[in-house]
Design a protein around this ligand. Structure first.
Ligand SMILES: *[C@@H]1O[C@H](CO)[C@@H](O)[C@H](O)[C@H]1NC(C)=O
Ligand SMILES: *[C@@H]1O[C@H](CO)[C@@H](O)[C@H](O)[C@H]1NC(C)=O
Ligand SMILES: *[C@@H]1O[C@H](CO)[C@@H](O)[C@H](O)[C@H]1NC(C)=O
Ligand SMILES: *[C@@H]1O[C@H](CO)[C@@H](O)[C@H](O)[C@H]1NC(C)=O
Ligand SMILES: *[C@@H]1O[C@H](CO)[C@@H](O)[C@H](O)[C@H]1NC(C)=O
Ligand SMILES: *[C@@H]1O[C@H](CO)[C@@H](O)[C@H](O)[C@H]1NC(C)=O
Ligand SMILES: *[C@@H]1O[C@H](CO)[C@@H](O)[C@H](O)[C@H]1NC(C)=O
Ligand SMILES: *[C@@H]1O[C@H](CO)[C@@H](O)[C@H](O)[C@H]1NC(C)=O
Ligand SMILES: *[C@@H]1O[C@H](CO)[C@@H](O)[C@H](O)[C@H]1NC(C)=O
Length: 895
């Protein structure tokens, strides 16, 4: 009694005719499977059955649920004399869940695909209590259906839902509502085509209400392999209908692929007996207090009789018997199936839904109907834990073989949050595994609980060291590892946090833990912990900026001279990404946007929608790898408004990548050469501002970090522009950090850099100084003034350095001939003259004659002031003035 079973108290049938319901009886297994892989992706689980087997009726392989799908519950078999009432052999065994409120099966699926999931329940008095239970069935965190088996000992109940998988697993959970022990007899998962059921989306699903084959010849349910999606088509018979059938092939109309019906279902249909005019169908939902629901329907029909010239079949449809209006009419096409359907859900506010098909006046033949599908549309919840955290919790549970009743989504729904955890906004902020008999090392997966603030592992048998990764948990405020068997020292990263007051730790009762610093020992009675955490949060906010600034400087100094490079274990803005993350971010390295110093640069989008540029070192060359390390190291430790922000990095063995914020404005070189559209042509004042911003960035590198960083490759193609045309210095692959700023003023290196920008003194002497950057900056400034590249071809087709060209013209005193003609004279001649002076102060061949970046910044600010008071510029960003004034007072900001 499949249909009746799944719909509880419902009545289905013509209004005055007894309802005829049909049990599955024999399942058809007529065809051999011709496409070998038609059942690709099917998961068929016979719950509580310990053997795998091939189902004789369908030819489908059913597997036992003993390994992997579920880790709680007891297995049972219904008595042999009850087997006859089960629809199929999957009803014989079951898994019951006497312990815990929520128990879940976990099904692995493909993300962003649609699936049909069917669960069945055959009580069969398996527990000899004659007391069928009532419980709730959930898919992930949403109530799928209530399962009411009371009074239905001999009924095999099937429930079906079609869903969109927004993660690569799904939980099917039974929840004890206090009315008996929940159980499951079988679980089936069938992939659907992407274009099927378009209303099944990431925020709504279809719960099957009814799927019927109208008036088939044989009283049997059709499913796989007749229906390649293994949907059940239950016979629907009515006394007022007669069966029409054909042996001819019926095709689905080309626009009808969203609700496909199998051909064998379409080959038979029902029509009113004795040339009656109507097909009346009533659907009644179970009586409950739900007053409103959204449904979706598809009524399938096809003309299966060959009509003579004086015959016609036309019919209208009405959603109520009383409706007499002549609605739009339909006529079925010969041997072509189509369906009646409304592309938006229909709101139904009563327990009944009627459908009448009535022949039109001029039609000689009555309506016909092959099949019908009715679904209730349910919203799916977005309020679920992040996938990474769920995975992490599953791993933790597995690695410690926890008997805890941790099932389904950790943080949702609210009344079923896992024991020992606390959540905020569906993220785990507290994990208490105190006194759980944990043994082995501290689980690595804890590192994926990024929002964790409170971790209690006390009073277990944990051994090994306190792992480094705990210092990556930026929010961690309280860590209790006391009364274990840990050894070694407390990791450096944690010590710093403890000293800085970000973290409280308890570690007493670990005899082998090395205690070096008595500063660290901060033991706080559990009673006041909560208060302290609140206090710390407040304090952290207050001291955050100051601490962080100092911290950044400390790190740079620390990592100097260590030789080997280590990514900073603590950096507030940067994310460690995996190669898989990179694939997701870049859509599988889909869009190349450039060729960087040591790899290809791809466009990408982070989960939060931020556009990024991903610089990927594809082949592990030693030089490239060195440059990568340098750049990663630098950008994770320095922050300035004119240095391109690093969003994250990937440091896996064969995949090194840096992820920066994507600079929508492109690079300065393209702007100046005019290869970027004229709309964003930069005016004189923008050019001065960009020069100032680059200068400020460089000044910060040279002085701002208490250690001198030399970029070594300043050029217009390494200056990127944000949406508002703010300049950002990029590409730190060649950069050098001075060992000790006080003792040394230069270092000897291999000469690296770009022709045209290369400091002549450095080229000669191989002695690198910060003034080398000043020279390169001077060239950039000249490019901004002249609009010409760093190396130009003169009239004689000779290559000549821009600096030399400018000198030669300047010697003749002709400023107007130097300034970029593309500016159309829209600049203040005084500020242009001053800018040229500044450039000259940068480009003497002797470094000692060059100004420092700090002086250049001051000069450029003055120069810009002249222009701001006199010139006009339509491209200047509106909030620039405000920023500019800020800068004058505070100097470079450290983010
Ligand atoms: C179809 O079969 C079921 C049981 O197998 C029976 O209850 C029902 O009356 C049958 N219907 C018809 C129309 O034969
Ligand atoms: C059943 O099949 C699954 C995979 O199809 C396999 O992992 C499992 O070991 C099998 N179980 C038995 C009892 O053969
Ligand atoms: C469901 O998601 C779609 C986009 O996928 C959106 O357009 C629609 O408004 C959402 N509906 C609801 C009820 O949230
Ligand atoms: C139904 O009507 C058609 C013509 O309209 C006729 O040929 C046929 O015999 C009628 N069938 C019955 C059962 O009255
Ligand atoms: C419907 O609501 C009434 C009162 O609000 C309650 O007494 C009754 O049990 C409810 N029925 C169902 C089926 O929930
Ligand atoms: C339909 O037309 C055929 C001839 O084309 C005729 O023999 C038949 O009687 C007609 N039937 C009806 C119901 O008019
Ligand atoms: C369908 O319902 C209408 C209106 O109640 C009634 O007149 C008609 O006889 C019904 N037809 C059938 C076949 O039940
Ligand atoms: C029905 O047929 C009559 C004549 O046979 C015609 O005048 C009328 O327009 C037709 N009605 C429709 C809705 O086609
Ligand atoms: C009925 O359907 C036929 C096609 O089968 C069409 O040619 C005819 O115009 C329709 N007549 C009426 C009255 O709707």
């Amino acid at each position: 009694m499949v249909r009746k079973a799944s719909m509880k108290e419902q009545k289905i049938g013509a209004s005055e005719v007894p309802i005829l319901l049909v049990s599955l009886g024999l399942l058809i297994f007529s065809l051999s499977v011709n496409g070998q892989n038609m059942d690709d992706g099917f998961i068929s689980i016979d719950c509580g059955q310990e053997k795998n087997y091939t189902d004789t009726a369908t030819g489908l392989r059913y597997v036992s649920d003993f390994d992997g799908f579920v880790d709680t519950g007891e297995t049972h078999k219904i008595p042999t004399d009850m087997e006859q009432y089960a629809t199929n052999q999957q009803g014989y065994h079951l898994r019951s869940f006497p312990n815990g409120i929520r128990n879940c099966y976990r099904l692995l699926v493909d993300e962003n695909k649609k699936y049909l999931i069917r669960a069945s329940f055959m009580y069969g008095n398996y527990d000899q209590r004659n007391n069928p239970p009532q419980f709730d069935l959930y898919l992930n965190v949403d109530l799928w259906s209530s399962v009411d088996l009371r009074g239905r000992s001999k009924t095999h109940v099937f429930l079906e839902i079609s869903v969109f998988a927004s993660r690569n697993w799904m939980f099917v959970c039974v929840v004890n509502t206090g009315l008996g022990t929940p159980f499951v007899s079988s679980l089936e998962l069938r992939p659907l085509k992407d274009d099927m059921y378009p209303l099944v989306t990431n925020n709504q699903s279809f719960v099957l209400f009814q799927r019927s084959n109208v008036q088939p010849i044989r009283n049997e349910t059709l499913r796989y392999p007749t229906d390649i999606y293994d949907r059940f088509w239950i016979p629907y018979y009515s006394k007022s209908l007669e069966t029409l059938s054909t042996e001819s092939k019926i095709v689905q109309c080309t626009a009808c692929l969203k609700y496909p019906a199998p051909m064998d279902v379409l080959k038979t249909c029902g029509a009113p007996i004795a040339n009656g005019s109507d097909i009346n169908i009533t659907f009644q939902w179970p009586l409950n207090n739900i007053t409103s629901r959204k449904i979706v329907y598809a009524f399938h029909y096809a003309e299966i009789q060959s009509l003579t010239t004086n015959q016609s079949r036309n019919f209208s449809f009405f959603k109520s018997f009383q409706d007499r209006s002549s609605g739009p009419f339909k006529f079925p096409k010969y041997l072509t199936a189509t369906y009646l359907h409304k592309p938006t859900p229909v709101q139904v506010s009563i327990d009944f839904f009627y459908m009448t098909f009535r022949k039109t006046k001029n039609s000689t033949l009555p309506p016909l109907l092959s099949a019908m599908e009715i679904y209730e549309v349910k919203q799916t919840s977005k309020l679920i834990s992040t996938g990474k955290e769920v995975e992490a919790m599953m791993e933790i549970k597995k690695s410690y073989k926890l008997e805890k009743n941790w099932q389904g989504d950790p943080c949702a729904p609210e009344n079923l949050i896992w024991k020992g955890i606390k959540c905020r906004k569906f993220s785990i902020v507290s994990l208490n595994m105190s006194s759980n008999g944990l043994s082995g090392k501290i689980a690595l997966s804890i590192r994926d609980l990024k929002q964790l603030e409170n971790l209690d592992l006390s009073n277990n048998k944990l051994n090994g060291k306190i792992p480094h990764f705990l210092s990556d948990l930026e929010s961690l405020k309280f860590l209790d590892v006391s009364r274990n068997n840990l050894n070694g020292d407390i990791p450096e990263g944690l010590k710093i946090k403890i000293e800085d007051g970000f973290l409280n730790i308890r570690f007493e009762g670990n005899p082998n833990l090395y205690k070096k610093s008595n500063k660290i020992v901060i033991i706080i009675p559990i009673v006041v912990i909560t208060l302290v955490i609140i206090a710390i949060t407040v304090i952290v906010v207050v001291i955050w900026k100051r601490k962080r600034k100092l911290y950044g400087r400390k790190r740079i100094i620390e990592s100097k001279g260590r030789g080997s490079f280590r990514l900073p274990s603590f950096s507030s803005n940067n994310k460690i990404l995996t190669y898989i993350d990179l694939i997701n971010i870049t859509n599988d390295f889909d869009k190349i946007i450039g060729q960087g110093g040591f790899g290809t640069v791809y466009h990408g989008t982070m989960n939060n929608g931020i556009q990024v540029a991903v610089k990927h070192l594809s082949v592990a060359s030693s030089q490239g790898s060195k440059e990568f390390q340098m750049e990663a190291h630098l950008l994770t430790t320095i922050h300035h408004k004119n240095i391109v922000p690093l969003v994250g990095y990937c440091n896996e063995k064969d995949h090194l990548a840096l992820v920066y914020e994507y600079m929508v404005g492109g690079n300065l070189k393209d702007h100046l050469s005019g290869s970027i559209s004229s709309l964003t042509k930069i005016c004189w004042r923008d050019r001065l501002r960009i020069a100032l911003e680059v200068a400020e960035g460089l000044d910060y590198l040279h002085r701002g970090c208490k250690t001198t960083i030399i970029h070594r490759d300043i050029k217009t193609s390494n200056i990127l522009l944000s949406e508002k045309l703010e300049a950002m210095i990029a590409d730190f692959g060649l950069c050098k950090i001075f060992e000790n700023n006080d003792a040394m003023t230069h270092m000897s290196t291999n000469v690296l850099g770009t022709p045209g920008y290369l400091d002549p003194e450095y080229r000669k002497t191989h002695k690198l100084k910060e003034k080398s950057d000043v020279y390169s900056f001077g060239i950039v400034l000249l490019e901004l003034i002249t609009g010409k590249p760093a190396v130009i071809k003169n009239a004689d087709e000779d290559y000549i350095l821009l600096a030399e060209w400018v000198d030669s013209i300047h010697a003749q005193g002709d400023i107007l001939a130097i300034v970029d003609p593309k500016l159309n004279g829209e600049y203040d001649i005084n500020s242009a003259g001053k800018a040229l002076e500044i450039a000259s102060a940068c480009t003497p061949s002797l470094s000692i004659q060059r100004s420092s970046m700090h002086d250049i910044v001051t000069l450029l600010k003055e120069c810009l002031e002249i222009e701001i008071t006199c010139g006009t510029c339509k491209y200047i960003s509106s909030d620039f003035m405000a920023n500019y004034e800020d800068e004058m007072i505070t100097g470079p900001t450290i983010r």
